[in-house]
Design a protein around this ligand. Sequence first.
Ligand code: ARG
Length: 467
Amino acid sequence: MMKKKTWRGTRFKKSAHPKADKFLSSIAFDKKLIEYDIKGSIAHAKMLGKCGIIKQKEAKTLVKGLNAVLSKYKKGKLRIDPEMEDAHLVVAKKLTAEVGNVSKKLHTARSRNDQVVLDVKMYCKEKIGMIIGSIKKLQKALLQFSKKSDQVIIPAYTHMQQAQCVSLAHYILAYVEMLKRDRMRIEGSFKILDEMPLGSCALSGVSLPIDRKYVAKVLGFSKVSNNSIDAVSDRDFIIEILGNLAILGMHLSRLSEDLILWSTKEFDFIEIGEAFCTGSSIMPHKKNPDVLEYVRGYTGRLYGNLNSLLVTMKALPLSYNRDMQHDKEVLFSSVEIAEDMLQVLAELCKDIKANRTKIAQALEKDPGLYSVDIVEYLVKKGKSYKDAHDITGNILKHCYKKKITKITKVTLPLNRLKAFSNVFGNDIYNITFEPKKSVNLKTSYGGTAIKNVRSQIKNWEKALKNA
Ligand code: ARG
């Protein structure tokens, strides 16, 4: 037997088909909104009393009843009937159990259409704060790793081919910068969702003398929405968060991919803590970076969630349509995935060791790592960039032919260098052909010179100190 719905009382002669009822039910997932629904309802009840739409005494009873429901919910004592349609109706039913008939007054000047937007916005505001906090924690863990490795020089790659020497700290700080922008984007979405929708009611506003600004103030919103149709129709604020989390995921996935690659036997640049790796049921020697792979894999889900809601919304006429109930699962999913990824990565990054010997060996395979240093040396001696590029190309061709992997005064003496260009002097050996020397040449702002990297580390320490 299906239970009677609040709205079935009059218009409908038949009760809902159990299949239809189950199909439309959102309680399995929107129960995550219960706390916000209660808090929103408290603000609404107070406003109804303050504006004289219901009696002050009634408002007080409603608020007391809602607080009782909230406290039961927080203690895990609120039994949620899986047969209920959604979180809003659960709260309404529980309130009736607390205060009886007066609970019928709570829905005055409110519809589930504006109520659901309010609840989701409140959820987003809280979760955004949590995610920003977790991004900062990951930034701190990466900063710690950078501090330990500012003297470690690695070959950096373009096209997956060795390109130039950089400080490992510089490389890791690149991710700290990316995470800074992720934070900025997510903080930006906070501003977008800071418009309080309640009072838009079904779609047109109400004829009762409500005070929307008061509700906004009680709930910590800085503005009220300007257009009742817009307020109940759009889910752009969710899409924006999903987009921002997808971009965050892309960064976390690239970080994971770098760490996975660096932990292979072929690279062997780093050792990831055992606590974050798994073994194999068949190959006893394996130490697999599953946590990082799982981050990479989850990123696909973040993209999927974004795409899912974009597609759901693209052809919906205004205003509310039930299709929009699909906004919640993807939102909750992305928020929870992002939070889990950030937390596990922050711990994993505290447990990475750089394998200095192997990194040093990787730096001795290709003298091409210093090619740009040679070109820039020649430019400083008055050559055009194009000529300097050609001369250096010839030098490297010679090195590759003679299998010179490390350029020194012995393997490539000055008289040999002078055969390529007579502007070469002994000073070339002082400025490059060694990883640290090469790195320290890149003193332009934002470059990898160790002095620069140290000052970036200092800046980040300051920025993240109280974060
Ligand atoms: N559970 C619904 C949703 O998430 C709440 C709004 C229901 N409104 C309605 N008119 N059926 O979208």
